[in-house]
Ligand binder design. Structure first.
Ligand SMILES: [Cu+2]
Length: 375
């Protein structure tokens, strides 16, 4: 109860102080009453007629806009900005992908008016979405321009010296220094990377994580060639898919060891304020990763539709079929596949099905269209 009341106290004090403008009507959405009924005890400091997004939407989200330009990244662009690295071919014929990632301390506006003193990879949370193909050589120069020692630990198969943890290889990289991590990309799947400096939970919750996606090489999987090709970025079979990257995360904005803001890709209600356009003619594939600190699990729930789920993305046949909710511990991830073919066009909600997380920012919409898409 102490945790819960501290989060609510944060919201109420934020509203009172005027720096936070979180509306709280989502309780009503999930609980079946409306925000303006007397029985709803939550504060609501908004004028119902003042928003372009409509009263029902406004009742459950923050007011105002995050300055994405100042943040230096846009949560919509982030859905599809695969970083392929600098590509060349090694003498043995292997594809080499080279990256340079810089750790930078930087304030990030995670909800309108709420700035979080983040530690970032390349000035963004999540960091760059590294996307390569199974068997590629990946070489990452890591420069620590931050104020604390950091590492990059990749989830994947690699040598001990490349693991990016204290006590192995170069260990923690002090401010002003750099190192190189190099390995073959395997196994194929939906993975992540994150800082592994101590104290670990501080370094992760500050924002030092990102997606590491390894597409399967179809020539290695002749028995699943079609499925493998459909995941291989740039292939003809992949073109029809609408692929999106989402990292579920949270932010402890008042240093109480608990999150006050939740989101997919960091910015509270970004995909409610501006729904993600999806073409109903093409299937959707979401690379979903849980990087949430402090809370044991996070989850993804899709409305009015169901999806297939590939845990860790390391298989060609789904682990679970026809589900509408998946839960994940920290660092768990997977691939979701679904389609809105033959569905009514319109807005379809998706969010954490921990209602509290949804109320605090992890609430989103797909806008299903006839031809318009973000991907
Ligand atoms: Cu760190």
């Amino acid at each position: 109860m102490a945790e819960r009341s501290s989060r609510r106290t944060f919201l109420k004090s934020g509203l009172a102080a005027g720096f936070g403008t979180l509306a709280s009507g989502l309780w009503s959405l999930l609980g079946g009453s409306t925000a303006t009924e007397d029985k709803n005890p939550q504060p609501l400091n908004v004028s119902p007629d003042s928003s372009a997004v409509g009263r029902e939407t406004m009742d459950m989200i923050t007011m105002g806009e995050v300055n994405h330009q100042k943040n230096g990244f846009d949560p919509h662009a982030m859905l599809t900005d695969w970083d392929r690295g600098k590509v060349s071919t090694l003498p043995n014929g292997q594809t080499l992908r080279e990256y340079e990632i810089v750790a930078i301390d930087k304030p990030i506006e995670v909800a309108p008016g709420i700035n979080f003193s983040a530690w970032t990879f390349d000035g963004r949370i999540p960091g760059p979405t590294i996307r390569c193909t199974e068997g590629d050589r990946v070489r990452i120069k890591f420069i620590n321009a931050g104020s604390h020692p950091h590492t990059i630990h990749f989830h994947g198969i690699h040598d001990a010296s490349m693991d990016g943890v204290p006590g192995a290889g170069d260990g923690q990289i002090p401010p002003g220094e750099s190192t190189v991590y190099e390995f073959d990309a395997e196994p194929f799947g939906c993975h992540l990377y994150h800082c592994h400096s101590t104290p670990l939970k501080r370094h992760i919750h500050k924002g030092l994580y990102g997606a590491f996606i390894v597409d399967p090489d179809p020539t290695r999987h002749p028995e699943y060639a079609d499925a493998a090709s459909s995941r291989l970025l740039g292939s003809r079979e992949n073109e029809r898919w609408q692929e999106l990257m989402m990292v579920m995360n949270g932010f402890d904005t008042n240093f109480d060891g608990d999150n006050e803001i939740y989101a997919a890709n960091s910015i509270a209600f970004a995909y409610t304020n501006k729904p993600i356009k999806i073409d109903h003619n093409r299937p959707v594939r979401v690379y979903l990763i849980n990087a949430t600190e402090f809370d044991p699990i996070n989850s993804f729930h899709l409305h009015a539709n169901f999806f297939d789920f590939y845990d860790h993305g390391t298989t060609f046949t789904p682990d679970r079929t026809t589900i509408d909710t998946v839960m994940m511990c920290q660092a768990q991830r997977g691939i979701l596949e679904f389609s809105f073919k033959d569905f009514e066009l319109g807005k379809y909600m998706f969010h954490a099905h921990q209602s509290e997380f949804a109320e605090l920012g992890w609430m989103s919409f797909f806008e299903v269209t006839d031809g318009e898409t973000i991907a």
